[in-house]
Design a protein around this ligand. Sequence first.
Ligand code: IDP
Ligand code: MG
Length: 154
Amino acid sequence: MMEKTLVILKPCTLQRGLTGEVISRFEKKGLKLCGMKMIWLTDEILNEHYAHLAEKPFFQRLKNAMAITPVIVCCWEGIDAVRVVRSMTGVTNGRNAAPGTIRGDYSMSGQENIIHASDSPENAAIELARFFREDEIFNYSWAQMPCVYANDEF
Ligand code: IDP
Ligand code: MG
């Protein structure tokens, strides 16, 4: 299924000058960039986005870390994009993430782990609506399409 998913380049990624590297990985994989902007995350949006972690002892520290600099939010599209991007991301703790994954290659931390990626199609839809207005997601004709996929795949 053609899907859109949310990726957030976290402040550690901006601080370390890794934004281009990370964006480049998704481009090279064959994902289509449908939206991208730099925003400063507010406490309000972080409370929503990390609601599932509100009871954790590291919750406040995590929120602080996510607002040290602006972040870059991206919308990537592809067949099974949610699963593909999650598998490129690797497990949460960078020290446990497999080499070849983004966290496995660039992170040594359980918190400072380079990107956020939506974990299900349902959450991807919710999260994209959380960070993007409708007119900030672009549907355009993509010249790479017939090279990235066989014509019976889309
Ligand atoms: P995910 O980003 O792999 O989906 P979640 O469990 O949804 O992982 O956690 C969201 C974010 O919270 C993580 O990416 C990481 O930055 C932070 N986090 C999760 N678990 C820990 C922890 O045990 N210590 C510190 N930070 C954590
Ligand atoms: Mg998560």
